[in-house]
Design a protein around this ligand. Structure first.
Ligand SMILES: Nc1ncnc2c1ncn2[C@@H]1O[C@H](COP(=O)(O)OP(=O)(O)OP(=O)(O)O)[C@@H](O)[C@H]1O
Length: 282
């Protein structure tokens, strides 16, 4: 099995509202895959279908080679980790006691607790009661809970939304290490910088439909105008296409010291999303 997730024609209807229209998607084992979309686009619904919390109205859904009838099984649950808006902790217990319970639930060794607390930058907070933690700390305990049993595939719904920049960077490094060790990561986010930095491939979800699927770099290249933007020392603004016939003009600007600033057109994923869907990614 080389694919972690295989979706064919996945659809989800809530009453008269179709939240997911017709999603066909493959996530390879070992990928960090980002599902990007604004609020209400269907990210959480997709996550819930893939983790067995909701069932699809139509289509084929396969996760780790199992179809959705197996999503309630212990075998499935032991192989996936989930951080979602429904993830909870025992507020009156300490961080460590919470993680002990999840170790028991998943049959993970207790020595994993110290390893995972370090990964989420909570090595000094293990004896704190969860109710006394900040929002960002709670989010990191939830992440530790999702990862404690070393799952093959983790679903992370907005994993860093409550984190300060320092902890966000720490978690990003941790997720990259986890991925290098073989874990597939399915990330839903509307944080474009996060997606650009972490994801091997991203998909744009808009009104329950996928619009683009590719690597951040390929998408940025596809939607680039392939031009250099130059501001000269005299304040002139030039736009020069990246073409062999313009090499002489660029060379002349460089050799005569006329360039104050020069950058290539390199659209962000947020700008591309706006171009593709006409909607801001917020
Ligand atoms: N249980 C439900 N009953 C009815 N409608 C729902 C239900 N869950 C989600 N929806 C609708 O489905 C659409 C997609 O919602 P979803 O929560 O998947 O979006 P999202 O992309 O995760 O948004 P956000 O970033 O705000 O969490 C929305 O229009 C939402 O109102």
């Amino acid at each position: 099995m080389t694919n972690a997730i295989e979706l064919t024609g996945m659809k989800k209807v809530f009453g008269s509202h179709t939240a997911i229209k017709d999603v066909t998607l493959t996530v390879k084992k070992g990928e960090i895959f980002g599902l990007l979309g604004p609020s209400g686009s269907g990210k959480t619904t997709t996550n819930k279908i893939l983790t067995g919390e909701l069932s699809a109205t139509a289509g084929d859904v396969k996760v780790l080679g199992m179809d959705s009838t197996k999503f309630g099984s212990a075998a499935f649950k032991s192989k996936i980790g989930v951080l979602s808006d429904n993830s909870t902790l025992y507020d009156r217990l300490t961080v460590r006691d919470n993680l002990k319970l999840f170790c028991k639930l998943y049959g993970a060794p207790l020595k994993q607790i110290d390893v995972i607390l370090k990964e989420v930058n909570l090595q000094d907070e293990g004896s704190k009661t969860v109710s006394k933690l900040s929002k960002g700390m709670k989010q990191r305990v939830l992440l530790a809970k999702a990862l404690i049993h070393k799952p093959d595939l983790v679903f992370l719904d907005e994993p860093t939304s409550a984190l300060d920049p320092g902890n966000m960077t720490h978690i990003h490094r941790g997720l990259q290490r986890l991925n290098e060790a073989g874990t597939t990561i399915f990330l839903t986010t509307h944080n474009m910088e996060e997606a650009t930095e972490l994801c091997d491939r991203v998909a744009f979800l808009h009104n329950g439909e996928l619009q683009e699927i590719d690597s951040p770099s390929a998408l940025r290249y596809k939607y680039s105008t392939h031009a250099f933007h130059v501001e000269t020392v005299t304040g002139e603004q030039l736009v020069i296409q990246n073409k062999p016939e313009n090499a002489g003009q660029i060379n002349e600007l460089i050799t005569t010291n006329q360039i104050k600033f020069m950058h290539s057109d390199n659209p962000s994923l947020g700008q591309i999303f706006l171009k593709v869907t006409g909607k801001e990614l917020v």
